[in-house]
Design a protein around this ligand. Structure first.
Ligand SMILES: *[C@@H]1O[C@H](CO)[C@@H](O)[C@H](O)[C@H]1NC(C)=O
Ligand SMILES: *[C@@H]1O[C@H](CO)[C@@H](O)[C@H](O)[C@H]1NC(C)=O
Ligand SMILES: *[C@@H]1O[C@H](CO)[C@@H](O)[C@H](O)[C@H]1NC(C)=O
Ligand SMILES: *[C@@H]1O[C@H](CO)[C@@H](O)[C@H](O)[C@H]1NC(C)=O
Ligand SMILES: *[C@@H]1O[C@H](CO)[C@@H](O)[C@H](O)[C@H]1NC(C)=O
Ligand SMILES: *[C@@H]1O[C@H](CO)[C@@H](O)[C@H](O)[C@H]1NC(C)=O
Ligand SMILES: *[C@@H]1O[C@H](CO)[C@@H](O)[C@H](O)[C@H]1NC(C)=O
Ligand SMILES: *[C@@H]1O[C@H](CO)[C@@H](O)[C@H](O)[C@H]1NC(C)=O
Length: 784
């Protein structure tokens, strides 16, 4: 089946009609996507219905760790809401204006129905949950089965009610002006007595950022005659009042809203609720729903969503012969999760007028620059282009590129100005239709002009950066305000950001800038302390030389090199004021972060052999957690010390041990699909070094995998010879690119841009392939 599948997908891809009767016709990629993976144990994956990059994201909201609304390891459902983020850390995100359905009120008395969130929390049936791309269904203990699907800007719910013996059906559907993070500062709700239309608006706060945003909703019903309407607050209901508002004198945790009550549904015991969402106005929320779902066609909407997802995923095809179903699901589900965010809010941005696309939920670029955007460049270059244009337009209108952005607000910066890496990556890979001159202006501004508040954009400590060449632990920065921690991780990230600017400068012919930023990119070495030792539990690790914090006067401060690793105070290194000098990772790990200058780094760490043993130790000792994105590149960095076989081995260690099909099958938060994209790129066998035109070659986890560029139709195929699905033969013995021997252990984007075949001959033992100095990936400084 695997082989046929690969062939047929390839045929379909080139618009040849497949012969009827082939068993591979049965292959539906959506059967291999499980949206429930990573919905427990802090994965925070959005489990509900969404289009690719869709603004509307409908799901049941549960009580507990509900960053994305629904989490599998919870007990009660509190409502159904229409906008979410996926996989994020920080606080719960959005979930504005939940609706909730009850089949009838006890004794037919409205006052006896459940209104406020704490009262209406209802347990849910784990076995009832069904999640597929574009569809989510769940049964809750009040006898309601809720199903949902979405278009780009509206959700469609189908509530099916069980009749209880003592009470005829007369369903009540309420709208609550609350949101998941309970951040509301004010809001108002209305109900139309004649039609039952519920509308709402409110001002809310972003989940990992500053400021506030306004949001609007519009709910229409179909399937039952309207009985009466009204408003409610806390647990008091008033059927004579059709409006309700709350201001900031009312606690943001208070539930309040409007409702519509119906006579028994006409057939199938179902009522449909169509919910339009908008960031512009109630009117636009209503018109979004009317335009996208004129007919309340549930099956049709599910079908359209499935078609949209198949179209996105069909650019990848493979021969998965011999590979377990589980591993295939891990792969496809990862690809799916990569395309939930950023979300397309074009036409929904109230902040400025522009004809450019507007994407939101870059949540956060610190997480997404390493693998999400490089993967989108391969599988969805059009969306990647629209996203890059949107970033440039944010710069035009807000003055800086974001590092993080959600709900129309500036999000918190975690390290460097890593949008510089995303922009450079897209530039080098020739992503189309981007205004590169303005993009270049934007990245140079990051490097040169410190913003007033560098917690939400740009970089802090630029004066020290320019004069001293590092961020001192006791920086006396007066140019802007920000959290004075992370001096070491910011230094190494700023250095790499400058390298990315240098690459653009070179490509655009800005020679002086190229030289300037190349020079600054070597600043990582200024926080390298050659005689620093590190012990674990009092035993010397026998590795010497680590990045360390430094004072303004040049002398060294000290941070235990294992601090901020899983072995020591792992949870103490976030954006808290006591967050230490390395962010979400140890000095041990950040010592490896010079992706552009590996020749020099390897020399600094004592040569290739010593580098290899140190990198192995990083992985084997428990110092590295693959659930944080900085761990991705070190999986493959053995390529630089001429041991590409060890990268393959390391990749197979993490997948599947840390990534599987269970509800907790993701290490850490998925971070808008970052973990998903790590899986996909690792399993396809070409790891992109973000911000460079470099892919490190390891064997795919499949006999063969192809990516078709959906804009040009060009197909790039990576094929294993001697493929072994038990993964004992994972070492490249030799390679051919389009039939010619290929000895570099890396390849350029040209392979994808032009299409072609990369053949990898595998064996059970490490070989000489890709191990000569001339085979190694590019480095600013020479290898020795
Ligand atoms: C409705 O009732 C049927 C039959 O008793 C039961 O199987 C089903 O689980 C109920 N649905 C809900 C949502 O409670
Ligand atoms: C949804 O939005 C995407 C762009 O983000 C667009 O390509 C697609 O056609 C839209 N779908 C519908 C049904 O309008
Ligand atoms: C709602 O709150 C926001 C933010 O606090 C404020 O700007 C706006 O004026 C308020 N609106 C109303 C109607 O009170
Ligand atoms: C219900 O709303 C009506 C109309 O706004 C109002 O006159 C009445 O006082 C309210 N009743 C209660 C109990 O608040
Ligand atoms: C920071 O402090 C040093 C040493 O006191 C001083 O030389 C330098 O001018 C100060 N820089 C700023 C920006 O205040
Ligand atoms: C480091 O070397 C010492 C002396 O050879 C040895 O006792 C110790 O076990 C080594 N440490 C580790 C972590 O291997
Ligand atoms: C450098 O500054 C630090 C922090 O103020 C101080 O502890 C140290 O003694 C200074 N070193 C020298 C050589 O002045
Ligand atoms: C699945 O992945 C999770 C998260 O990495 C891990 O904790 C768990 O042990 C894995 N389960 C299996 C059966 O491998």
């Amino acid at each position: 089946m695997g082989l046929l599948r690969g062939v047929v997908t390839a045929l379909l891809a080139s618009k040849v009609i497949a012969t009827k009767g082939l068993s591979a016709d049965d292959f539906d990629v959506l059967d291999y996507v499980d949206p429930l993976i990573g919905t427990a144990k802090g994965g925070h994956v959005f489990a509900g219905a969404s289009l690719p990059f869709g603004m509307a994201k409908a799901v049941a909201d549960t009580s507990g760790e509900n960053q994305a609304g629904f989490a599998f390891d919870t007990d009660v459902v509190t409502g159904f809401s229409h906008m979410h983020d996926s996989g994020t850390g920080g606080a719960a995100s959005m979930g504005n204006f939940p609706i909730f359905a009850q089949g009838s009120c006890p004794q037919d008395d409205l006052q006896q129905c459940q209104w406020q969130l704490s009262d209406r929390s209802v347990s849910w049936d784990k076995k009832s949950v069904k999640a597929r791309p574009g569809y989510f269904g769940i049964s809750i203990a009040n006898g309601v089965q809720a199903e949902m699907t979405t278009t780009n800007r509206s959700a469609l719910y189908r509530f099916t009610f069980n009749e209880t013996s003592d009470q005829p059906l007369s369903p009540v559907i309420l709208l609550d002006l609350i949101d998941l993070p309970q951040s509301r500062s004010n809001g108002s709700a209305n109900v139309d007595r004649k039609t039952g239309r519920l509308t709402g608006s409110g001002t809310f706060g972003p989940s990992f950022g500053t400021g506030s945003y306004k949001s609007y909703v519009c709910v229409d019903f179909k399937g039952a005659d309207l009985r009466d309407t009204g408003s409610w607050m806390k647990n008091q209901v008033n059927a004579s009042s059709q409006t309700l508002s709350v201001d900031n004198s009312i606690d943001s945790t208070v539930s309040a809203g409007t409702f519509a009550r119906f006579h028994a549904p006409k057939d199938k015991k179902s009522i449909m609720a169509r919910v339009g969402v908008s960031f512009i106005s109630v009117q636009q929320a209503c018109s979004n729903a009317e335009r996208e779902q004129p007919n309340f066609d549930f099956e049709g909407t599910v079908h359209a969503a499935e078609t949209a997802w198949r179209k996105k995923l069909d650019v990848i095809s493979m021969d998965a012969d011999g590979v377990s179903e589980d591993l295939q699901k891990v792969f496809w589900s990862g690809a799916y999760r990569t395309m939930l965010s950023p979300q397309d809010y074009t036409g929904e941005n109230p902040l400025w007028k522009s004809d450019e696309p507007y994407y939101d939920s870059y949540y956060c670029i610190w997480d997404s620059f390493r693998s999400i955007h490089p993967l989108l460049t391969l599988v969805d270059p059009l969306s990647q282009s629209l996203m890059m244009r949107s970033l440039v337009d944010i710069y035009r209108n807000e003055g800086y590129l974001p590092d993080c952005r959600m709900s129309l607000c500036k999000g918190l910066t975690q390290g460097g100005s890593n949008a510089d890496v995303v922009i450079a990556d897209a530039y080098l890979k020739k992503v189309a239709n981007v205004d590169w001159a303005t993009a270049y202006e934007a990245v140079v501004k990051d490097a040169e002009v410190e913003p007033e508040n560098w917690d939400v954009e740009g970089r802090g400590g630029l004066e020290s950066w320019k004069n001293l060449g590092y961020i001192p632990i006791n920086d006396n920065d007066t140019a802007g305000e920000g959290t004075h921690t992370r001096s070491v991780s910011r230094t190494v990230e700023y250095a790499y950001n400058d390298f990315c600017i240098a690459e653009m400068a070179k490509g655009m012919g800005h020679q002086a800038d190229y030289e300037k930023y190349s020079k600054r990119s070597k600043n990582w070495a200024h926080v390298f302390k050659p005689d620093q030792k590190s012990s674990i539990g009092g035993v010397d690790t026998n590795f010497t030389g680590f990045v360390q914090p430094r004072y303004l006067n040049g002398s060294w401060a000290y941070q235990d090199p294992i601090l901020c690793s899983p072995l020591l105070d792992f949870d103490g290194c976030y954006l808290n004021p006591e967050g230490h000098e390395t962010y979400e990772g140890s000095a041990w790990m950040y010592t490896f972060y010079a992706p552009h200058d590996m020749g020099s780094l390897i020399k600094t760490l004592g040569g290739a052999k010593s580098f290899t043993s140190r990198l192995s130790y990083l992985h084997d000792s428990g110092l590295l957690y693959v659930g944080d994105e900085q761990a991705f590149l070190p999986v493959f960095q053995f390529h630089y010390s001429a041991r590409p076989a060890l990268s393959a081995k390391q990749s197979h260690f993490y997948i599947p041990s840390q990534f599987n099909t269970t509800v907790n099958g993701i290490a850490g938060n998925d971070d808008s699909g970052a973990m998903g994209s790590f899986i996909v790129l690792s399993m396809m066998g070409l790891w992109p070094v973000p911000g460079q035109d470099v892919y490190l070659i390891t064997p795919p986890y499949f006999k063969e995998v192809s990516i078709r560029n959906p804009l040009t139709g060009k197909v790039a195929t990576i094929r294993n010879i001697n493929f072994d699905p038990t993964y004992k033969s994972i070492y490249i013995q030799s390679a051919k690119w389009n039939g010619k021997p290929w000895t570099n252990n890396w390849i350029r984007h040209e392979f994808f841009a032009e299409g072609g075949v990369l053949e990898l001959e595998l064996g059970p033992k490490e070989s000489e392939w890709g191990t000569r100095v001339q085979d190694l990936p590019p480095s600013l400084s020479n290898y020795h």
